[in-house]
Design a protein around this ligand. Structure first.
Ligand code: V47
Ligand code: SF4
Length: 364
């Protein structure tokens, strides 16, 4: 598919990158920076759309899923986070195993994927998480359980005095299928130290994902952008994920997360424009040549921007979600959940073909 003539890319200074993309060649760090600095985001978007179309045609995937946040109590206190509460603070909560099951039972359609994450609670034992996984798997035997970020896995290991591999193995035995992509934020140490000094380092986050891959647990990955990072930090993040994927191959999907500013202690001078969000999604598609899927996470992007993202390199629309707390505490104005009809109408509305998937991205 060719959206623009070659001289258009030449005028944008992207002729060599266009040629690499057409030949399926890997882009360098410098190429990534040039894509961010190109004066025309639409040119970058068109290149990403070519790659997305080569991989997935006009398909846009969605899943019947349910998110459950088991606690907002967290010892990490990341400066950008509007969701975190202290133990005993008003508004803090911890769900029991029965509370989690009630939320699953209340889902209007049976979910194929359940996404369970929470804060790093100072007291919850690993046995609690094993019970949660066992209980949900017993209630919904066919479900894909995508639970606990690498940051939570590192926290459980510290609390229990176990290795992260032992924690992953025990959770896998209890029913864990996948790790979600959260907690990656931005890997560049100088920025990470300012955003989330108590959280796992980039190397720890990557090592836990690679351990999961060795155990046969697929994972997703994310990048939080549009705060205090430079363009070079975004490209560095993408290159580190690409190198990690070269080592193990277990990443299924990348989710670019634009920073939402409301109720956050982190104040920024220049909020992201919609086009810069789309450009970042496009550059992600172009740089991550070894990660099959790019998610337009409608909760954080807003549904209209998520639709546009399907033309800027993204191929997945996430799913029904039903109840979301992390983005909504930070000012997300999207609905709490979407129905299958709303998802498929939105996907069709931007010229794509909706394809229902399971948690592993198998078509159903
Ligand atoms: O790691 C926190 C981000 C992430 C804010 O794997 C914020 O399929 C924007 O990772 N503005 C959690 N983002 C969400 C996440 C996720 C979501 C959906 C699907 C998957 C998947 C993963 O949310 C955190 C952090 O990077 N976050 N605060 C904020 N103010
Ligand atoms: Fe805790 Fe996650 Fe919020 Fe950081 S982003 S404070 S780890 S809940």
């Amino acid at each position: 598919m060719k959206l623009f003539k070659n001289d258009y890319y030449a005028n944008m200074g992207l002729a060599d990158i266009r040629a690499k993309v057409a030949a399926g060649e890997r882009l360098s760090f410098e190429d990534g920076v040039r894509l961010f600095n190109c004066p025309e985001p639409l040119a970058v978007g068109a290149l990403a759309h070519q790659v997305r179309t080569r991989l997935h045609g006009d398909k846009a995937y969605y899943v019947l899923n349910r998110h459950v946040n088991y606690t907002n109590v967290c010892i990490n206190r990341c400066v950008f986070c509007a969701y975190q509460r202290e133990e005993g603070q008003q508004g803090g909560f911890v769900l029991t195993v029965d509370d989690v099951l009630s939320k699953i039972d209340a889902a209007p359609v049976t979910p194929r994927e359940v996404h369970i994450v929470g804060g790093c609670h100072p007291k919850l034992a690993l046995a609690y998480f094993e019970d949660v996984l066992n209980a949900v798997k017993t209630r919904l035997p066919g479900v894909v359980l995508k639970c606990f970020t690498a940051v939570e896995i590192a926290h459980f290991a510290r609390l229990e005095n176990l290795s992260t591999r032992e924690v992953l193995s025990r959770l896998q035995k209890a029913g864990l299928d996948m790790l979600p992509g959260g907690g990656a934020e931005i890997f560049a140490p100088k920025i990470r130290e300012q955003l989330c000094p108590r959280k796992s380092t980039a190397d720890e986050w990557l090592a836990i994902h690679e351990e999961a891959h060795e155990l046969g647990i697929k994972t997703n990955c994310t990048m939080l952008f549009g705060h205090i990072e430079a363009i070079e930090d975004r490209v560095d993040h993408l290159v580190r994920l690409r190198e990690s994927q070269d080592r193990g191959g277990g990443y299924t999907c990348f989710i670019p997360l634009p920073f939402l500013t409301e109720n956050s202690k982190l104040k920024i001078d220049r909020p992201l424009t919609g086009l810069e969000e789309l450009r970042t999604i496009a550059v992600s598609r172009l740089m991550l040549d070894n990660i099959p899927h790019i998610k337009a996470y409608w909760v954080m992007l807003g549904v209209k921007q998520a639709q546009a993202a399907l033309k800027f390199g993204a191929d997945d629309f996430d799913g029904t979600v039903i109840e979301e707390k992390i983005g909504h505490e930070a000012g997300a104005t999207s609905d709490q959940g979407l129905t299958r009809k709303e998802l498929t109408d939105m996907i069709r509305g931007c010229g794509c073909t909706p394809v229902e998937r399971d948690g592993f991205f198998n078509e159903v």
